[in-house]
Design a binder for this molecule. Structure first.
Ligand SMILES: [Zn+2]
Length: 505
């Protein structure tokens, strides 16, 4: 099968198996410096499905998720603004050395790492999570730091050539952590002999300033971090990466992917892993902004829809496509419906590419579908009966209805239900019209939704009424609204006998 015909997780898995030797390792990571957004999910979701696709082909694959919390704390996220006073003095320090003002986690970087960790559990993704500061403390990056210091002029040349930007005169492969103030953002290396280095903490990085301290340290003391463009190729050696992806911004001309490749092949003389790139995750057409935050976050979204649906939204498009998430209730209903339809497809050789992608995205989103009943039916039945046992009985999917319970209740509580699906059965709030009474009287026990629906058209025709008019009168009589769920479905859900009784026909 050609690459074009497969879901991206499939062709990447094929590529790994064809081009690389075992053991297979997929790595990925991020700096956890603010609340999780949809892009955060991709950082662990995408590697996890590639791992799964490799495993589906009978091979083993390890997945390391690198939490880059030795990076500098460079800004207070909006939701932490109330702690600005406590956090301010820590700007410029590594995230893992900034206290968590909420007291929940062992550091500020861990606060958001723990949030990501909880999301991974919810999304059933189980990578080995690496707090990169521990790897530095254990000296796992030391040989790379020494190598880069030894070749610092070549490193600099490669970075300048691949980034297209000239570095400052005092550029260095490493960023020392100041022994006096603890900052990493404000230091610079003055001189080094490959092991020992002298540094000054005197940089002004706008959001904070150095303390003026000057000191001397050794690589073996593990009080440094390698600069990003060299840290990234180093971690691939540390973990033995076979495949790793990054957002399209790293892959543009001048991006860190070019540097990583040139360092690995040209300076380290090591084999290069398989890189892949993915598009931006947009929210209502806009890029996520760390300082502002954008629209509905992941936290709100997991309350409204099952994680399977969020996974499906992110896994269905082509890998390099920008994914625009617009979580209106209408769009979410459409996606839930599409997800359920995709689950009914059967994998065949000659199915269309679009269907194959939908089916694989569905299967990568869930091991076993947790509900079978259409989401809209559950919404309908619950609004009528307000009783989950009854909903389970009527939908003939009690487990599924129970699984969807928390979401439906959230839709109601947050008034998220689209207007046309929002209703309350309230018969006889006013006298029914003659048309309504006559029509309801014509219904027979045991008629299903479709028969009732067709019955409206037949009745309208026989009585020379516009069907539109007939529907409007029925909605008005049943739910006191001009519009609502499909009449056949609604009367069926209410029960023909019950409606007839309520209207005395
Ligand atoms: Zn300092």
């Amino acid at each position: 099968m050609s690459e074009k015909h497969m879901h991206w997780s499939e062709w990447l898995a094929e590529k790994v198996i064809q081009e690389k030797k075992e053991p297979y390792v997929i790595s990925g990571g991020m700096t956890t410096s603010g609340p999780a957004h949809l892009g955060t999910l991709c950082e662990f979701l995408f590697p996890s499905v590639i791992k799964k696709a490799i495993e589906n082909r009978g091979k083993e694959c390890k997945f390391y998720f690198v939490a880059d919390i030795l990076d500098a704390f460079d800004g207070v996220p909006v939701e932490m603004e109330r702690y600005s006073k406590e956090l301010g003095p820590h700007l410029g320090k590594p995230l893992c050395n900034v206290p968590d003002p909420t007291g929940q986690s062992r550091s500020f970087g861990d606060h958001y790492l723990d949030e990501a960790r909880a999301l991974m559990v919810k999304f059933e993704v189980q990578p080995e999570i690496i707090r990169v500061n521990e790897y530095y403390e254990q000296g796992k990056f030391d040989e790379h730091a020494r190598f880069y210091l030894k070749h610092d002029q070549e490193c600099r040349k490669i970075i300048e050539e691949t980034s297209g930007k000239e570095e400052k005169k005092d550029w260095s492969p490493i960023m020392p952590i100041c022994e006096k103030c603890g900052r990493i953002a404000t230091t610079r290396v003055i001189s080094h002999d490959g092991e020992t280095y002298e540094y000054a903490c005197d940089k002004d990085v706008k959001y904070t300033k150095g303390c003026g301290h000057g000191g001397k340290n050794k690589i073996a003391d593990h009080r440094y971090k390698i600069v990003w463009r060299l840290h990234w190729p180093a971690w691939k050696q540390v973990f033995g990466t076979t495949i790793e992806g990054a957002g399209i911004d790293h892959h543009t001309k001048g991006g860190s992917e070019d540097t990583c490749k040139a360092i690995t092949l040209g300076l380290m003389n090591r084999e290069y892993h398989i890189p892949y790139r993915y598009g931006f995750i947009l929210f209502q057409g806009k890029k996520y902004s760390k300082s502002k935050g954008t629209g509905m976050g992941v936290r709100q979204m997991v309350v409204l829809i099952p994680v399977e649906i969020i996974k499906y939204m992110l896994l269905r498009p082509d890998l390099e496509e920008n994914i625009d998430i617009d979580p209106t209730s209408q769009n979410l209903l459409r996606t839930i419906d599409d997800f359920q339809e995709a689950g009914k497809l059967i994998l065949t050789e000659d199915m269309s590419r679009a269907d194959r992608k939908r089916l694989i995205a569905h299967n990568m989103s869930t091991d076993k579908p947790k509900w079978a009943v259409p989401f809209l039916d559950v919404l309908l039945y619950y609004q009528i009966y307000q009783d989950w046992n009854e909903v389970g009985r009527l939908t003939k999917d009690p487990e599924g209805a129970n699984y969807l319970k928390q979401y439906v209740e959230a839709w109601i509580a947050q008034e998220f239900i689209p207007e046309e699906y929002k209703f309350k059965y309230q018969p006889n709030t006013k006298p029914a019209t003659e048309n309504v009474t006559k029509f309801l009287a014509s219904l027979k026990s045991g008629m299903d939704a479709l028969a009732i629906h067709n019955g409206v058209f037949e009745f309208a025709k026989a009585n020379a009424i516009e069907p539109k008019q007939m529907f409007a009168e029925l909605y008005d009589a049943l739910i006191s609204k001009p519009k609502g769920p499909r009449i056949g479905k609604l009367i069926d859900a209410l029960g023909v006998d019950r409606v007839k009784k309520d209207f005395g026909v």
